[in-house]
Design a protein around this ligand. Sequence first.
Ligand SMILES: *[C@@H]1O[C@H](CO)[C@@H](O)[C@H](O)[C@H]1NC(C)=O
Ligand SMILES: *[C@@H]1O[C@H](CO)[C@@H](O)[C@H](O)[C@H]1NC(C)=O
Ligand SMILES: *[C@@H]1O[C@H](CO)[C@@H](O)[C@H](O)[C@H]1NC(C)=O
Ligand SMILES: *[C@@H]1O[C@H](CO)[C@@H](O)[C@H](O)[C@H]1NC(C)=O
Ligand SMILES: *[C@@H]1O[C@H](CO)[C@@H](O)[C@H](O)[C@H]1NC(C)=O
Ligand SMILES: *[C@@H]1O[C@H](CO)[C@@H](O)[C@H](O)[C@H]1NC(C)=O
Ligand SMILES: *[C@@H]1O[C@H](CO)[C@@H](O)[C@H](O)[C@H]1NC(C)=O
Length: 436
Amino acid sequence: MAKLLSLLLLLLLAFLVAVSASVSFRIELTHVDAGGHFNKSELLRRAVLRSKIRAAALLSRPAVVVPKSTAGAPIIPVRPSEGEFLMDVGIGTPPHPFSGILDTGSDLIWTQCSSCILCIEQPTPYYDPTKSSTSSAVACADPLCQALPGPLCYQNSCVYFYSYGDAAATAGYLAAETLTFGTANGTKVTVPSIAFGCGSLNEGSLSNGSGMVGFGRGPLSLVNQLHAKKFSYCFTSFLASNSSTLFFGAQAKLANNTKYGPVQSTPFVISPAQPSFFFVNLTGVTVGATRLPIPPSVFALNPDGSGGVFIDSGTSITYLQDAAYALVREAFLSQVKLQAVNDTAIGLDVCFALPSPPFVTAVIPKLVFHFGGGADMQLPQENYMAIDIATGNLCLAMLGSSDGSVIGNFQQQNMQMLYDLENNLLSFVPAQCDLV
Ligand SMILES: *[C@@H]1O[C@H](CO)[C@@H](O)[C@H](O)[C@H]1NC(C)=O
Ligand SMILES: *[C@@H]1O[C@H](CO)[C@@H](O)[C@H](O)[C@H]1NC(C)=O
Ligand SMILES: *[C@@H]1O[C@H](CO)[C@@H](O)[C@H](O)[C@H]1NC(C)=O
Ligand SMILES: *[C@@H]1O[C@H](CO)[C@@H](O)[C@H](O)[C@H]1NC(C)=O
Ligand SMILES: *[C@@H]1O[C@H](CO)[C@@H](O)[C@H](O)[C@H]1NC(C)=O
Ligand SMILES: *[C@@H]1O[C@H](CO)[C@@H](O)[C@H](O)[C@H]1NC(C)=O
Ligand SMILES: *[C@@H]1O[C@H](CO)[C@@H](O)[C@H](O)[C@H]1NC(C)=O
C-alpha cells in the first residue's frame, strides 16, 4: 500500500512538474493611472514623481547577499515599490481576484491577507485563506522559505519581512496557493502551489494594486516558480488608454518586423551581489550623430552590486549615472535649436520651450542606446521627449543618478521586450503595442 502511494505521489509530482513546465499565457496589463482620468500633463508629472521615489530606493540598494553564518541582524535588502503596470491574478479556490504590480525588480509575490493588522487601502477585498480550499502554509525547511532574505521560523510558519526602501514594506507568512491567470482569449490558466507572501503588516503605497508579482531572477519570482524559460511584454504609449500585454512562457516570442526592423539581442549580465535584477551591458549612447565619450567605467557593474545598468518594468523614466547623464544633457542642449528653459513643475531638467501652437516640428536629435553584442536600441522620439501640455515645454525624459543606471519603461514604450532566461538574452524589437 505504501509503495502504491509513493508511486502515485511520484506520478502526481511528475504531472505537476509537467504542468508548470509548460505554463504559457497572454494577459493584459493595465497602467496604474489608467482609471484615474488624468490629463496628459498630470500623467507625465505622476510618472516622473513615481520614478523618483522608485529610483531613490532602487539606486541606493545595499547588496542582497545575506551572510547566513554570521551573527547579528541580517541586512534587509531594499527594493523598489510602486511600479507601473498591474496584472489581474486569481488567488485560491475559488479564485479571489487580486491586482498585482508586475515587478521585474523584485522576486516575492505577495498580497494583503484579510487578517492584516496594518493594511494598505486596495481596490479589491483582502484575500482570506480560510475561504480557499487550496491554501497551505510553506514550511520553514522549504527551499522557498530559505530563499527569503532573513526568514524567521515561528511555530513552523515561515515568516518574511520584505522592505521596499522608504516607500513600502510588507511582513507576514509565506503560504502557497493556486493562481489563476485569465488569458486575453477568455480561457484560464491555473497553476497549483505557488509560494506567496500573505501580508499581515503592510505599509506604503501600492499604486492602486493589491500586492506585487515579482518577475525578478530569484527563486521566489513567478518566473522561476513556474520554471518559465521566457516572458515578454509590450507597453503601449503611457498617454493612451489601451492596455499593454504580457506573454508568459512559450507564447513569448519576437518576430523580425518588416516595418520597424530586425530583432536585436544582448546578453544579460549577472550580479552575484544583486542576483534579482536584470542587468544589461550598456556600452554607449549616441545623441544625433555623436557617440558620446562615456568611459566604460561609468556603466560598469561593481562586485559589491553598485553601479551597472539594469532594465526595469516599474521605473518610468531612465536614470543614467551622473557622468553619462551630464554628457547626454550637454548634447541635447547643444543640438536642439530651441530655447532651453527651466521647467521645475515637471521635475525634469532638460526642457525646451516649443514655439507657440501650432507647434512647428522641432528637429530632435536621434537617441541610440548601444548594448554589448552589437545590439542598438534606437528610440522613437516619443520614448525620450515628453511634451508637458500645461507649459508647452518639451523635456528629455531622463535624469541623472549618483549610483547605477536604470532603463525605465518610458523608454520601452511600443517596444516588444523579451526576457529569454534560457539563453540569458534580452531581445527587443519596436512594435505597435496596442496591436500585438
Ligand atoms: C487561448 O489562450 C491560451 C493561453 O493563452 C491558449 O493555450 C489557447 O490555445 C487559446 N485558445 C484559443 C481558442 O485560442
Ligand atoms: C484606483 O482604482 C479604482 C478602481 O479601478 C479607480 O476608480 C481609481 O480611479 C484608481 N485610482 C487611481 C489613483 O488611479
Ligand atoms: C488605442 O487607443 C487609441 C486612442 O487612445 C485608439 O485610437 C486606438 O484605436 C486604440 N487601439 C486599439 C487597438 O484599440
Ligand atoms: C531576424 O533577422 C536576422 C537577420 O537580419 C536573422 O539573423 C534572425 O534570425 C531573424 N530573427 C528572427 C526571430 O526571425
Ligand atoms: C536653470 O536653473 C539652474 C539653477 O537654478 C541654472 O543653473 C541653469 O542655468 C538654469 N537653466 C536655464 C536653461 O535657464
Ligand atoms: C560588454 O560588451 C562589450 C562589447 O560587446 C564587451 O567587450 C564587454 O566584455 C561586455 N561586458 C560584459 C560585462 O559583458
Ligand atoms: C490638468 O489637470 C490639472 C489638475 O486638475 C489642471 O491644473 C491642469 O490645468 C490640467 N491641464 C490641462 C492641459 O488640461
